[in-house]
Design a protein. Structure first.
Length: 148
C-alpha cells in the first residue's frame, strides 16, 4: 500500500528494495506514475509479463529513508509509529502501536494491549500527542475501541 499517493518519491526513477511476504529482499529499479483514481502504477525493470508481475503480488516496496521528505507538522511515517508505547492522558499504559490501517477520512491505529488488539481512529479528538523521538503516544481517556 502506498501511504502517500500525492508524494513524488516514486515518480522519479530509482532503486528500491522489494520484500516478499517471506522476507526475501531484492533490489530493483522502478518508476511510477499516477493511475486512475487513487491508484499508482509502478513499472519494475525486468518485469515484462503479467505472470512475472503476479509473482510479485504481496511484496512490499521499501524506499530508503534518506530519499523521503520530512513529514509535515502533525504527520508521521507509519514505520515511526510502529512499536511506540501508548498511554492515556491520565498516564495509564495502554499498549503499543502495532499497525496502521488506512481509512477514507482517517487512519485507524491498531494498539496491542494486554487484553488483545484495540483500535483508535487517528483524529485530534482521540490522539493528544505523538512524540516519536521521546517514544510516546498519548490518547484521550476512553479513545480505544476493543477489538472483536
Amino acid at each position: 500500500m502506498l501511504h502517500h499517493r500525492e508524494g513524488e518519491t516514486l515518480f522519479t526513477a530509482r532503486t528500491v528494495t522489494l520484500v516478499s511476504p517471506a522476507g526475501v529482499r531484492k533490489d530493483v529499479n522502478v518508476v511510477a506514475r499516477p493511475g486512475a483514481g487513487k491508484r499508482v502504477l509502478v513499472r519494475i525493470e525486468g518485469v515484462t509479463t503479467p505472470e512475472a508481475a503476479a509473482g510479485l503480488m504481496g511484496w512490499a516496496i521499501v524506499v530508503d529513508r534518506a530519499v523521503l521528505p520530512p513529514p509535515a507538522e502533525g504527520e508521521f511515517y507509519i514505520h515511526d509509529l510502529i512499536d511506540l508505547p501508548v498511554f492515556d492522558e491520565a498516564g495509564a499504559a495502554l499498549g503499543k502501536v502495532s499497525d496502521v490501517v488506512a481509512g477514507q477520512e482517517r487512519d485507524v491505529w491498531v494498539i496491542e494491549t494486554d487484553a488483545g488488539q484495540a483500535f483508535v481512529v487517528a483524529s485530534p479528538e482521540n490522539v493528544r500527542s505523538v512524540d516519536v523521538p521521546g517514544r510516546r503516544v498519548v490518547l484521550a481517556v476512553g479513545a480505544l475501541s476493543p477489538g472483536e
